[in-house]
Design a protein around this ligand. Structure first.
Ligand code: 5GP
Ligand code: MN
Length: 345
């Protein structure tokens, strides 16, 4: 079964391909705090472009200075990622993957500004993308879906390494095919990828059955503190810098903690806060119903999708909670901000 996409998508891919053809050096970069989609999609895109245009020079950048998260280090090519802060060149073309907002490129933003041309391949809604060509489609479950469709558009063979990276992108961004974005297209592309050599068990063993003991201890702390608001429709928990220190968990392991918070029966919107270096708090928002959490994230200086969004604000957990919670509870106009559970702070 072929993968279908609309003709406009073909035109957009053709425009990106034109930019690659006019380039000698191409830099690829995803967002800060890269997740499975960010990493899988950039690694795969580099392999796809290299297969189509082997004579060109590619560099695959990391937005941050941190190494690739341990659970994603099994992805082929991850050892070749270069921190954007140490890349001094000015590429002909800069491709943003899984990100449209320049500030979310962290150190990649400076490279983007030095580039002669810019392209975006993303599935985050963006009102005014700044690029010479872009393929932005929020209905795509993951940026990896778009990268796969780009490969098919280019006639590039999906090798098993490309498939492994793209399968990671789609499986993680759909929460193992469990979130609202797990649509027929995500399954069609995943099926094609498994057929091409991706292994669901490899993904699972590396990403979902590979937690450090320190992380599991932190998760149990976070679960022990889950509190509900708005008649049980909002669930909340947090981790302080002290919690991370005491348990020995690392920040990049904490991405999944919001999933524990959202798993509470009856909760529709979930908020997880964690203290990060620099006197800041990072917030993750998730929606299980049609309440749109992206507006809350935007109001707090962040962004994201309707069902999954994030933000970063100055202050400690208490300050962040007092800013964020009223906005979250206001999604339920008929509810007040009374604390239903225990141990709220
Ligand atoms: P997470 O909570 O997993 O960090 O992010 C959820 C979704 O919202 C992701 O798709 C992520 O790219 C997006 N997102 C998270 N934080 C921000 C932010 O600060 N700004 C924008 N524009 N998007 C964000
Ligand atoms: Mn994504």
């Amino acid at each position: 079964m072929g993968i279908m996409y609309d003709p406009e998508q073909g035109e957009r891919f053709a425009r990106i391909a034109e930019l690659v053809e006019k380039s000698d050096t191409v830099a690829i970069c995803a967002h800060t705090s890269p997740d499975g989609d960010a990493l899988g999609s950039t690694l795969a895109l580099e392999m796809v472009l290299r297969a189509k245009w082997p004579e060109k020079h590619y560099v695959n950048l990391l937005a941050d200075d941190e190494p690739v998260p341990r659970i994603y280090s099994y992805l082929p090519g991850s050892e070749n990622l270069v921190p954007a802060s140490s890349f001094v060149g000015s590429p002909d073309l800069f491709v943003s993957v899984d990100v449209s907002v320049p500030a979310r490129l962290n150190h990649g933003e400076a490279v983007m500004r030095r580039a002669r041309m810019r392209a975006i391949i993303d599935h985050h809604p963006c009102d005014e993308p700044v690029a010479d060509a872009c393929m932005i489609r929020p209905s795509a479950a993951a940026a990896g879906v778009l990268v796969c469709e780009f490969a098919l558009f280019l006639g590039v063979e999906i090798t098993s390494d490309i498939a492994r990276c793209l399968y990671c992108a789609i499986a993680t961004d759909t929460g193992r095919f469990q979130y609202q974005n797990a649509d027929p297209e995500a399954f069609r592309v995943a099926s094609l990828l498994v057929n091409a050599g991706a292994s669901p068990s490899e993904l699972s063993l590396n990403v979902y059955q590979n937690f450090s003991l320190a992380y599991l201890h932190l998760e149990s702390l976070v679960m022990g503190r889950i509190t509900t608001f708005a008649g049980g429709r909002v669930s909340y928990s947090y981790a302080t810098a002290g919690d991370l220190k005491r348990t020995g968990a690392s920040l990049d392991e904490c991405d999944g903690l919001v999933d524990a918070v959202r798993s509470v029966a009856g909760s529709e919107v979930s908020l997880f806060l964690k203290e990060i270096p620099g006197g800041k708090v990072r917030g993750n928002l998730r929606s299980k119903t049609d309440h749109d959490v992206s507006g809350v994230a935007r109001a707090l200086g962040g962004g994201g999708h309707k069902a999954a969004a994030g933000f970063t604000i100055e202050g400690d957990i208490d300050e962040a909670l007092s800013e964020a919670l009223p906005l979250v509870v206001a999604l339920f106009s008929d509810a007040d901000v009374s604390d239903e559970g225990s141990d709220a702070r």
